[in-house]
Design a protein around this ligand. Sequence first.
Ligand code: ADP
Ligand code: MG
Length: 703
Amino acid sequence: MSEFTNVAEIFGSNVFNDAVMQERLPKKVYKELKKTIEEGKELDLATADVIAHEMKEWAIEKGATHYTHWFQPLTGVTAEKHDSFISAPDKNGKVLMSFSGKELIKGEPDASSFPSGGLRATFEARGYTAWDCTSPAFVRQDAAGATLCIPTAFCSYTGEALDQKTPLLRSMEAINTEALRLLRLFGNTTSKKVTPSVGPEQEYFLVDKAKYLQRKDLIYTGRTLFGAMPPKGQELDDHYFGNIRQRIAAFMKEVNEELWKLGVTAKTQHNEVAPAQHELAPIYAECNVAVDHNQIVMKTLKMVACRHGLQCLLHEKPFAGVNGSGKHNNWSITTDDGINLLDPGTTPHENIQFLLVLACILKAVDTHADLLRESAADVGNDHRLGANEAPPAIISIFLGEQLEDVVEQLISTGEATHSLEGGKLMTGVKTLPDLTKDATDRNRTSPFAFTGNKFEFRMVGSKDSIAAPNIVLNTIVAEAFAEASDVLEKADDFEMAVHDLIKKYLTEHQRIIFNGNGYSDAWVEEAERRGLPNIKSMVDAIPALTTDKAIGLFEKFHVFTKAELESRAEIQYETYAKAINIEAKAMIDIASKQIIPAVIKYTKSLADTVNAVTAAGAEASVQSELLAETSGLLSDTKVALQKLIDLDKKSAEVPEGAELAHYFHEEIVPAMAELRAPVDNLEMIVDKEMWPMPSYGDLMFEV
Ligand code: ADP
Ligand code: MG
């Protein structure tokens, strides 16, 4: 780690950012590139050649020997293939370092090894990566030396998206177009571009690396598959915001420095609810940059942890019985001239505009709750959603008392004349409360909460990319904006039409608003009465991707084609089945080779003791009782293990796709729970010296 005097000095030092481009590129080239970045103008090859050359020179100064097209295939993690800058040696055996515009703009990794759903069967395996110049290139320094990373989108030969980036960029275009259309109706002629802003809060666990290496379940699956609760869990709430231990503090310091160098605005850090759990949040950024940065954050956490003899666990549920990890996706919509459409503001026009935007979002989320739920579905998140530690699997919106009151007034009378706090704000036609000053109580149990000038989508899993939720948010809100504009553009009396529309949307979609306790059973019942979907698992969430409603939505805004949606659904099913299969196999392995042998040893030592004590003429009732109990649990374990083995074998006969995923969900997952139960009981009985792996207590409290 290099020493530095202040943050400003290192911030962005490894990023080919605007300042660097302005400094290094010829004026004309810089202007051309800016046009591409800001207006989407196509870049010609001659310009790209100049940019590539300067980028290479800059990267080499930073020590880079290689470049990579950095992309986000549908594996959930990033992918990269490294090429060095060297060209073929000349006749004197000398090499030059070269990098052409073509190499910058386009790459050609073999697409056949990445998940493509049905697309692989229908189309050629050929795939291309294309430079996303709206997200800056950067030099990453690690054990491999320094590498120039070029953010790219990844598409098939026929243009189908094989990644997260392509649809994300398409969704940003959709919301840009439709938000501008709406803004023009309100008389805004100055804003040129509207971009979603995103700030993801990242939760994670840190455990000691040496202990981690003794847990095959963590190594293979990222979570513990066995483990009895330690005497202390999180009940005292003493970890949340607690004092950060020195070892962890040193880790965080280095994470921050690495992130700052890469231009990631690491801002907030604290201990989270569970022991050994922490959180990191950057300052929000443009949606696609935020998505890239979140991948960089996850990678950096892992990398730096290794240097500190730690292991970073990003899994949604590393430990049963204590809180898991998630990601809060803070989302708002901002114009290029600094107007946040979700800021209630202080001027009358903006307030009406804000209410319409709000009404559109309520409509969008209510109409497409199933899609939003699906966007947060991943294998690990099944352990959290609805388990009283994270939002329920039911989508609802928290507005806060004050805003909800305004909405109620608008619905019942068509006018909002007062706010609960009594503060009034003239809108010209109606009065509205100053919402920014009167932040109502927070509600941690809501999956989708309005927090002053943004919405916070709290369902996302800690390991998952935030691309999917943002694709959905951008597109569904674009649709609601488009539908509002369709009505308003035809209206004779705009003022009247806006108010009618706000009232209509609020009335039709008020069922999505819920300010109460989202963890309560009463809410589950109430939501059912309201007809809100309660989609409990990943496998049940996947069909939302391919409904006529979803296809209509995504095709209308050119975000996904039907084929792309079908391929994504297929990949989700595949991912689920594979992940659970790995977990089941890891459990079988650990139970057979580690746990049962350890327990057998323990029973032998008990039996020896019983014999020895009895032979010595004393009573060995305690030892005998323990032996009986242990033997009983051992036989329960063996029975459950055999059942899991048999069921897992049978999975080979189940057709792939939805059916197989359901088989794993409905047959294998319960069988895994059945195996875990006796093993966790055994862990409470068996001599700690003999237990074959570190306990929950060792992992969580001895970091
Ligand atoms: P908390 O929810 O823990 O109180 P903060 O209010 O500090 O956290 O914000 C959490 C995240 O939300 C941060 O990443 C922050 O940058 C981001 N954020 C703040 N304002 C906005 C906004 N207008 N749009 C999107 N994200 C935002
Ligand atoms: Mg938050």
